[in-house]
Write a protein that binds this ligand. Structure first.
Ligand code: GLY
Ligand code: MN
Ligand code: MN
Length: 439
């Protein structure tokens, strides 16, 4: 299956990062370690997002080193050597040759030789960029390489004097998505939308939440998206009010809603969709009333996603509509101004309206710059996900509202004149959901 992000784009990212680094510096980024699940079996491997962004190289036990101005190549990869015997058990390895030929690295060495080679590359560079504190074991390794150089100062060696967190530079690059990245994220969004449609059409009273989870996975995997971007949430009835519910084991009951928050990962890019729909295909009056409030809040928030607006504008738009809706339906009393100022909506809406989305589901990038909310700019991708959750034991409200949890979440990319929704392949109006489920 062809990949959407071409090899030359990874080279371009490395070039951009190096252009923002100090001239006599070096950057070091490690692949994610493998993690044991239990005796003798590993968790499915997921590459570190920073490493993935800069290499597209999917193996563990690898280290990328960027050395601006190095004569024999600025992008250097250390990785596992090819080994037919090992490959027979664990699958193919690229080897240093493959890293150069197929991933466009300038130079590559066996990872087994890194202790011998890397100190020599660091020597003479005055600043090291690396993700400080992310992996304590790797911190120790970096310090050990530096110590090797320090031990040789009397022979004229020049150890680096400065350690700088790589994240500031790298994560700012990651925040602005390229046309290809948006293409991948749109594809991931389309697959996830199809999965949500499939789950909607297969919901039945008496089935269990994990049956719908299985339908989601079926669609993800059928499209080659082997991993989810995060554990799928399938919460029916009052389970929808537990924000991070993942037990997914209860029976779907006639008359309840079910909230599904699930998205696949494609080429390591996340999608993140939430839909809430009736188990039996038809909203009750109370469910519909609350649902329309959340939907109106989501439309208002999406409308606020445009260049010139800042990060908090969509959240503020959602809060206003949600709070007015709670007042109109009698779940809150008083005026809109007072209810917003006192955060009276909090028992019903306790999370924010979105987050950056990219290689990580809660993607990198600063939300504030110099103390002020960040302005939205073309290429930024975010989720818009307002909700309302009425706790089953909330005796302050009429009984008919209790135990209803609703969230509607889409992925949107900021464009030159507004935004584009990447996940509109799954319905969200009451009429469209009921029509799909009836059909
Ligand atoms: N599913 C994770 C989130 O919506 O933030
Ligand atoms: Mn989300
Ligand atoms: Mn979500």
């Amino acid at each position: 299956m062809g990949l959407i992000i071409p090899v030359k784009e990874f080279a371009e990212r490395r070039r951009k990062l190096m252009a923002s680094m100090a001239a006599d510096s070096i950057a070091i980024v490690a692949a994610a370690p493998e993690k044991e699940r239990n005796r003798g079996t590993l968790h499915p491997y997921r590459q570190d997002s920073d490493f993935q962004y800069l290499t597209g190289f999917g193996e563990p036990d690898a280290v990328l080193v960027l050395i601006p101005g190095r004569e024999h190549g600025e992008s250097v990869l250390f990785c596992r050597e090819r080994n037919p015997e090992k490959e027979l058990w664990d699958g193919y390895l690229e080897g240093p040759e493959g890293a150069i030929e197929r991933y466009g690295l300038d130079d590559a060495f066996p990872i087994a030789d890194i202790d011998e080679i890397l100190p020599g590359m660091i020597e003479g560079r005055s600043r090291i960029y690396y993700p400080l504190g992310k992996d304590p074991q790797f911190d120790t390794q970096v310090m050990d390489w530096v110590k090797v150089i320090r031990s040789k100062v009397r022979t004229g060696a020049h150890p680096p004097g400065e350690f700088v967190a790589l994240e500031h530079l790298l994560h700012d690059l990651r925040l602005y998505k390229s046309a290809n990245e948006i293409k991948v994220m749109a594809k991931a969004g389309a697959i996830s939308a199809e999965a949500h449609c499939r789950a909607m059409t297969r919901a039945r009273p008496g089935a269990r939440e994990f049956h719908l989870e299985a339908e989601l996975l079926h669609t993800f995997m059928s499209h080659g998206a082997r991993q989810t971007a995060y554990p799928s949430i399938v919460g029916s009835g009052a389970n929808a009010c537990i924000l991070h519910y993942t037990a997914n084991s209860d029976e779907l009951r006639d008359g309840d809603l079910v909230l599904i928050d699930a998205g696949c990962e494609l080429e390591c890019y996340a999608s993140d969709i939430t839909r809430t729909f009736p188990v039996n295909g038809v909203f009750s009056e109370a469910q519909k009333a609350l649902y329309e409030v959340v939907l109106a809040a989501q439309y208002a928030a999406i409308d606020a996603v445009r260049p010139g607006n800042h990060w908090n504008h969509p959240h503020e738009a959602a809060l206003t509509v949600l709070t007015q809706g709670l007042l109109d339906l009698g779940l809150l009393r008083g005026t809109l101004t007072d209810a917003l100022a006192s955060e009276a909506y909090r028992p019903f809406y306790m999370h924010r309206t979105g987050h950056w989305l990219g290689l990580d589901v809660h993607d990198v990038g600063d939300y504030k710059v110099g103390g002020a909310w960040r302005e939205l700019e073309p290429g930024m991708v975010l989720t818009v996900e307002p909700g309302l959750y009425v706790a089953p034991d909330n005796t302050d409200v009429d009984e008919r509202w209790r135990g209803i949890g609703i969230r509607i979440e889409d992925d949107v990319v900021v464009t030159r004149d507004g935004c584009r929704v990447l996940t509109d392949g799954v319905p969200k109006t009451v009429a469209a959901i009921e029509a799909l489920m009836a059909g």
